[in-house]
Design a protein around this ligand. Sequence first.
Ligand SMILES: Cc1cc2nc3c(=O)[nH]c(=O)nc-3n(C[C@H](O)[C@H](O)[C@H](O)COP(=O)(O)OP(=O)(O)OC[C@H]3O[C@@H](n4cnc5c(N)ncnc54)[C@H](O)[C@@H]3O)c2cc1C
Length: 457
Amino acid sequence: MKQISLDLVDPNQYDVIIAGSGAGGLLTALALSARGRKVLVVEKESRLGGVWHGYWVDGYRVDQGLHVITRVTRGAFVRFLKSYLSPPPEFVLHDGWEFRVCDKTGPIPSSIGETLRWPLTGWRGRLGLVRIGAKIKTMKLDEMRKYKDISFLEFMQARGATNKVMLDVMQSAIYMAAGVPISEASAYEALRTLKDTDREPSKFASAKKLLFGSSEYDEGYVIGGMEGLVKRVIETINGDYVLDAPVERILESDAHVTGLTVGGRNIQHSRIVSDIPLWSMDKIVESDMAESRAFFSRWSKMEPTKGITLWLGLKKVVIGDRKNRVLVHPNPNRWIVSVSSFDRTCAPDGRELVAIAMMAEPGKSLDEHVAMMKGNGFEKYYPGILDHVEMEHAQMSYATRAKLIPGQTDLDRPGPRTPIDGLYIVGTDTAGSGVGLQQAAQSADGVIHALQEDSYL
Ligand SMILES: Cc1cc2nc3c(=O)[nH]c(=O)nc-3n(C[C@H](O)[C@H](O)[C@H](O)COP(=O)(O)OP(=O)(O)OC[C@H]3O[C@@H](n4cnc5c(N)ncnc54)[C@H](O)[C@@H]3O)c2cc1C
């Protein structure tokens, strides 16, 4: 894909116009290119990728956010990249989860045996965890769906599962996915995060997992980071892109999309895929149709998750392993990953790049978050670590456009279609289960299916 200026755009050259170049928009463009279509991407910022982004700071390559890719061996995002990039990118699997509660550490127990030996709680807590763990692991997706409008805490309390350590650890796992505490997260989304599946396993497979554990939670990192990945995706897409070009209006006539307005210029087209956050679409879509106005107004209330990531470049290797670590207590919950242990190319030789992430707390500034992340027990976990810091860089941004709360679970989201023929929507607030890049990839899948069903592909 190559950059062109707005005045050179000839809309007749393109099969589809993509408004907004986040992961949802770029993955859709990638899939369309693989089907021989040519796209025009129109992006309001001066770079492509949206929050899917990586860049360099003082010799270290950071991502926008701590991007641990979930479902490295089986997810939609990885499937997209493996299908459409040649050679496929290389993913490095993590080495398991480690939760730290005060001075004790333990993994996510993956079998009854492991649960009974779980070091983070006493006997009562372990037995409670076996009971609720078995219930969750064997629960059918249909049953989970029934709990979409209650919180996970309500679900647990109704089953007498109130052991504090167990709830705190579950809270940490769900916090990072849902962007909210368990008192707010939809029980359906929390249950799915804990079960980590979208498919219905057989009874035998469930029982086997329960007894002997499983290799679930296959998170990992990609060699080259988000910078390398986004660059390869952009190179592979067939088409052109325009930067610094905010879409001002998307136009409709007789229930069909007719084009968009960018920088005061009308660009006519009958096939537009919008990756613009749904919360701003009702101000952009210009339509006389009551159905369309009600649709965009309904979805304008989606709430995003907001995250903080603190990147530390260390003069020497202090952590040096591929564990996904979560500091549960003392608060705040922090997720700590030694990114250079996955990919040496992101730090100078002999140095280490560590990322610490937490969900943003309302009303707190970036500096206040950074102080909380570096303090409150961090040095107790890694004595002296802060003495080796030679690069420090903090970011705050929305991570996904829909918190996993009642009313905006994947069962509630609108999907790829709009009431306007030829106008499709993509991105993390439109469709798709799971979090972040999985959601973006699933939403792109949805758009491709819808275009096929509508005989555009
Ligand atoms: C802190 C952080 C941590 C993360 N961690 C992970 C992780 O560990 N694992 C994971 O899978 N995912 C993670 N992600 C999430 C993942 O990167 C995002 O969810 C995903 O990239 C969002 O994709 P999206 O399609 O919803 O697009 P967005 O990134 O929201 O893109 C929307 C695009 O539309 C553009 N736009 C908006 N308005 C207009 C307009 N009027 N005209 C033209 N263009 C417009 C924007 O500039 C942007 O480029 C993380 C993200 C962050 C920021």
